[in-house]
Design a protein around this ligand. Structure first.
Ligand code: NAD
Length: 310
């Protein structure tokens, strides 16, 4: 595979960011990375990336910058801070922000970048065909991009994004990628809770998770988040994130803000906020969202691992 000649940088090497970095190292001649967590930088440099001392230094040395940060304040600080991207980026730089943030944050970043002649795309991601969710989709290079921003910047960004996934939708102007991503995660976070409720009831009446998923592959209850992400992770006992409860809660909160702005009542989103808030209060913030299944079952006094042995 011929490598891309652009100077590429990546900021944020978390659960999913470290997977992107691995793919980018295969696709580009040089990858510069930055994260506040030095251990994560060291892991990436151990695989061949170059370390930058700050987002500003990274930006000064890159033509295309990918950003994968946990929430709006982290993106604002990495973009606008005195040592941030926009303090270092030259005009003509393209920023591809893969983080899930509010549409208002995306529009604010787009405007700040435009003032400096820098292109900014909100390009959040989700699991895509062939039916892998989140980090597994990223590992399989099958994630879906939902992109907001200028069409010409989208065209320029495509070759770099193609190193991570092939399905790319240009939704519309700045903020529109973030908007559709929040709707997607509002729905998937609720699917996780509906799955948790159904599987707790199933366990209580003696049905194993394996039996339920076998049957639900063929019923109206089917969701690929259930069949291909939540239940396989549950059965392997793989509850490290992945996609953390903290991030799922953040996305429901951002969806609630959007619902408020648009005057759209979001009943089930509010329930999801309360449920994930409870999980965080009970020390589950840094568990994978799959933890919702055993957690809810435990509230009902049933054990999904016992049910899985039946
Ligand atoms: P994470 O919490 O695992 O990692 C975030 C990383 O950002 C950490 O390494 C942290 O040290 C670093 N960081 C925080 N603030 C920083 C700053 N100002 N400058 C530099 N580094 C900073 O998060 P993640 O799971 O990798 O997710 C990243 C983003 O992608 C989030 O917005 C999330 O909602 C979104 N997302 C994640 C998944 C998934 O499956 N994990 C799927 C789709 C979208």
């Amino acid at each position: 595979m011929s490598r891309l000649h652009q100077r590429v940088g990546q900021i944020g090497l978390g659960s999913i960011g470290q997977i992107y970095a691995g793919h980018l190292l295969d696709a580009v001649e040089q990858l510069r990375v930055f994260d506040l967590d030095q251990a994560r930088v060291d892991a990436a440099t151990g695989k061949g990336a170059l370390a930058a001392a700050s987002a500003r230094e990274l930006a000064a040395q890159c033509d295309v910058i990918l950003v994968s940060l946990p929430n709006p304040p982290a993106v604002q600080s990495a973009m606008l801070g005195p040592d941030g991207i926009l303090a270092g980026a030259a005009p003509g730089t393209t920023i591809i922000d893969l983080s899930t943030v509010s549409p208002a944050t995306s529009r604010e970043m787009y405007a700040a970048a435009a003032e400096r002649g820098v292109a900014y795309l909100d390009a959040p991601v989700s699991g895509g065909a062939p039916m892998n969710g989140g980090v597994e989709g990223a590992a399989a290079r099958t994630i879906t991009f939902m992109v907001g921003g200028d069409a010409d910047a989208f065209e320029r960004a495509k070759p770099v994004m193609a190193a991570l996934g092939q399905v790319m939708f240009h939704i519309g102007p700045a903020g529109s990628g973030s908007t559709i991503k929040l709707i997607s995660n509002l729905m998937s976070g609720i699917y996780a809770l509906v799955t948790a409720e159904g599987f707790a009831l199933g366990a209580a009446v003696g049905l194993s998770p394996q039996r339920l998923v076998e049957v639900f592959q063929h019923t109206d209850a089917k969701s690929y988040f259930m069949t291909d992400y939540l239940v396989p992770r549950l059965l392997r006992g793989d509850l490290d994130p992945g996609f953390s409860v903290a991030l799922q809660l953040k996305d429901h909160r951002l969806a609630a803000e959007l619902g408020h702005e648009q005057r759209v009542p979001l009943f089930f989103n509010q329930l999801a906020i309360q449920f994930y808030e409870l999980m965080v209060a009970q020390g589950r913030a840094e568990r994978d969202v799959t933890e919702a299944l055993p957690f809810l079952a435990a509230q009902a006094g049933v054990s999904l691992s016992d049910a899985a042995q039946r």
